[in-house]
Design a protein around this ligand. Structure first.
Ligand SMILES: Nc1ncnc2c1ncn2[C@@H]1O[C@H](COP(=O)(O)OP(=O)(O)OP(=O)(O)O)[C@@H](O)[C@H]1O
Ligand SMILES: [Mg+2]
Length: 303
C-alpha cells in the first residue's frame, strides 16, 4: 500500500490537539476517540464494517453532538454536508421505517437523500438511540455490523466510508444524585444502565464507548470564552472592535448554562448579549469599539 501524503499524516497527528482545544471538560474522551479515527483514516478499520463506531452517553448539552460535528468537519471538510443526523425520537413507530428508507419501489427515504448529499462518506449520528422503534434498531444493527442499508427501491447503500455515532441521555437524571462520585463510578453506573436499557447486542457492537461528564464551572467559563471570542471575531469583521472586560464571562455562564441543559443555551446567550451591546451603541450614536463590560445584567461598551 502506498503511504498517504505527509500533510495528511500531520493532520491526523494534530487531531488530538485540535479536538482538545475545542471540546472542554471532557479530556478523558479525546484519547478514546482518536485511535479509532486514525485507524479509520489510515485504512486500518475492519473491512466490511463502518470506519469506526462510537457510543456517546451522558447528560444533555455537554458536547456529544459538538464533538461529532468537529470530528466530521476535521476529517471531511464540511460537517453539514457529511454528517447525516438522524434523531431517533422521530423514528419511534413502525411507519417511521418508511420515512427512513422510503415507502415504495421508486423511493429511497431520508437515508437515500442524506446519503447522496454526503457523497457516500462522513458520519452518521443517531441521536437518542434508546427511543428508536425496534425495527429501526434492527436496521441500526445492520449498519454497525455490515456497513450497509437497503432502501425501499432495492438499492443497497454502502456505509463503509462512514463513522457511526450513537448518543443517549440514559441515566443522566440519576447522574444529578451522583455528582460527588468518582468518574469511574459514574461511568460504570451509566454503562450498566445503558446495557440494561439497550439490547446487549447493540452495546457490544461499538468500538468506543464514552461517558460525557457534566460541565464544571471552570469548563463552563472556558466554553463561554471560546464562544465570546468567536462572536467578537465576527463583530470585528463588521467594523466593531471589542475586547472582553470585567464580568462578561461570568454573566454569560450565569445565563447560558443550566444544570439540566448544559451549555445548550450558551451560544444564543453570547450572541444576544453582544449584539444588544453593539445595537444599543449604534442606535444611540456611541462608539461601537472598545471594552465590553457587564453592567446591571447587560453588556455595554466602554470606549
Ligand atoms: N464540552 C464542551 N466543549 C465545548 N462546547 C460545548 C461543550 N459542551 C457543550 N458545548 C456547547 O453547547 C452546545 C450544546 O452541546 P451539544 O449539542 O454537544 O450537546 P449534547 O451533549 O449533544 O446534548 P444532547 O444529549 O441534548 O444532544 C454545543 O453546540 C456547544 O456549543
Ligand atoms: Mg446532541
Amino acid at each position: 500500500m502506498t503511504s498517504p501524503p505527509t500533510e495528511h499524516l500531520q493532520r491526523l497527528k494534530d487531531l488530538p490537539d485540535y479536538l482538545s482545544g475545542l471540546i472542554i471538560g471532557q479530556e478523558h474522551v479525546i484519547p478514546k476517540v482518536v485511535p479509532t479515527l486514525q485507524n479509520g483514516e489510515l485504512g486500518l478499520a475492519d473491512p466490511g464494517r463502518p470506519k469506526g463506531t462510537f457510543l456517546f452517553l451522558g447528560p444533555t448539552g455537554v458536547g456529544k453532538t459538538e464533538l461529532t460535528l468537529l470530528m466530521c468537519g476535521y476529517l471531511f471538510g464540511d460537517a453539514e454536508k457529511h454528517c447525516i443526523r438522524l434523531d431517533m425520537s422521530e423514528y419511534q413507530n413502525q411507519e417511521s421505517l418508511q420515512l427512513l428508507l422510503g415507502q415504495n419501489e421508486t423511493s429511497r427515504g431520508n437515508m437515500g437523500r442524506f446519503y447522496d448529499r454526503s457523497e457516500g462518506r462522513g458520519f452518521i449520528l443517531f441521536d437518542e438511540i434508546e427511543k428508536a422503534h425496534p425495527r429501526v434498531l434492527d436496521i441500526f444493527l445492520q449498519v454497525l455490523d455490515a456497513a450497509r442499508i437497503t432502501v425501499a427501491n432495492g438499492e443497497t447503500l454502502n456505509l463503509s466510508q462512514f463513522y457511526i455515532v450513537a448518543t443517549s441521555n440514559i441515566g443522566s437524571e440519576a447522574l444529578m444524585d451522583l455528582k460527588n462520585s468518582s468518574m469511574a463510578t459514574i461511568e460504570r453506573f451509566i454503562v450498566d444502565l445503558a446495557a440494561a436499557e439497550l439490547r446487549p447486542e447493540v452495546l457490544a457492537r461499538f468500538n468506543v464507548r464514552c461517558v460525557f461528564q457534566r460541565l464544571g464551572f471552570k469548563a463552563q467559563k472556558q466554553i463561554a470564552g471560546i464562544m465570546l471570542n468567536k462572536e467578537l471575531k465576527l463583530l470585528r469583521k463588521k467594523g466593531h472592535d471589542l475586547t472582553l472586560g470585567a464580568g462578561v464571562v461570568e454573566l454569560i455562564v450565569a445565563e447560558g448554562v443550566e444544570p439540566r441543559l448544559g451549555a445548550r443555551r450558551m451560544r444564543t446567550t453570547v450572541e444576544s448579549h453582544c449584539r444588544h451591546a453593539v445595537r444599543d451603541a449604534m442606535l444611540n450614536g456611541r462608539p461601537t469599539s472598545g471594552e465590553l463590560i457587564s453592567q446591571n445584567g447587560r453588556l455595554v461598551i466602554h470606549s
